[in-house]
Design a protein around this ligand. Structure first.
Ligand code: FMN
Length: 233
């Protein structure tokens, strides 16, 4: 199958999505697309090398939102070039809200809209599923209450990119290599921190509306994508 896999800027279900992408990339031709936030979040959680490896096969392609300018030529292709399936996983609350309201102003929301016009089936895995609390993991950060802003930062010494300027880590460049873990005598570098987030009612309601969109299947976990593809084959 020729599949477009879209990654939006969600940390939640990101690892699980990439694990499934890796599995299906061995059997199917993948065009990976990322939103602007998706590209940043992939880097922030340290997945760039893994993505590079998954896409090594020359049958796979990678297109970012920035490369597509404003008219999204990739989406144009969906009405006349053969793609068998669109998968959006993980899907942020933002992208979900846009899709259910017919907004198509990013590469991924544009692909979602055009997949309907081209009658291509689409699978969406939204991250905000039910109103209430979920647990998610943060990328590395500095606890400002503990950071002593030392003249020589021991964590920055260990950082291959030298992007730790106390009391801040330049998160646009951090790739979560975790070389900084346990390097600060004041324990100001926080890694693998889990937090609870509240899923708002409006976001959970938008997720429910996805089911009403033609050609769209909503799944609750990326693992379910594998079974769905087997059913389609
Ligand atoms: C580290 C990090 C993790 C994030 N995780 C989520 C998430 O799990 N769910 C979500 O809806 N937004 C999350 N966001 C916020 C989105 O990236 C942000 O709303 C972005 O504008 C979404 O754009 P997109 O929908 O075009 O990808 C996260 C942001 C950061 C920096």
């Amino acid at each position: 199958m020729k599949i477009i896999w879209a990654i939006t800027g969600a940390g939640h279900l990101l690892k699980e999505s990439i694990d499934v992408l890796e599995k299906i990339s061995k059997k199917h031709e993948i065009t990976l697309i990322t939103s602007k936030a998706g590209k940043e979040v992939l880097q922030l959680y340290g997945y760039n090398n893994k993505i590079k490896k998954i896409l090594e096969n020359p049958h796979h392609h990678y297109i970012t939102d920035e490369q597509q300018q404003y008219s999204y030529p990739l989406s144009g292709k969906l009405t006349h070039e053969k793609y068998d399936l669109i998968i959006i996983s993980p899907t942020t609350a933002n992208t979900t809200a846009k899709i259910v309201h017919g907004i198509a102003d990013t590469l991924i929301t544009n692909v979602a809209a055009q997949s309907g016009k081209g009658q291509i089936p689409q699978i969406i895995v939204p991250v905000d599923q039910k109103e209430g609390l979920i647990t998610t993991q943060l990328p590395p950060y500095i606890d400002k209450t503990k950071c002593k802003q030392c003249d020589t930062c021991t964590a920055n010494n260990k950082c291959p990119q030298k992007i730790i300027q106390p009391p801040l880590i330049d998160t646009t460049k951090c790739n979560s290599c975790l070389n900084c873990e346990n390097t600060c005598s004041y324990n100001a570098i926080i890694t693998r921190k889990k937090i609870q987030l509240y899923i708002r009612k409006i976001d959970a309601e938008n997720t429910k509306k996805l089911e009403k969109i033609e050609n769209t299947t909503t799944l609750l976990h990326p693992e379910e994508i594998i079974k769905k593809i087997e059913e389609m084959n």
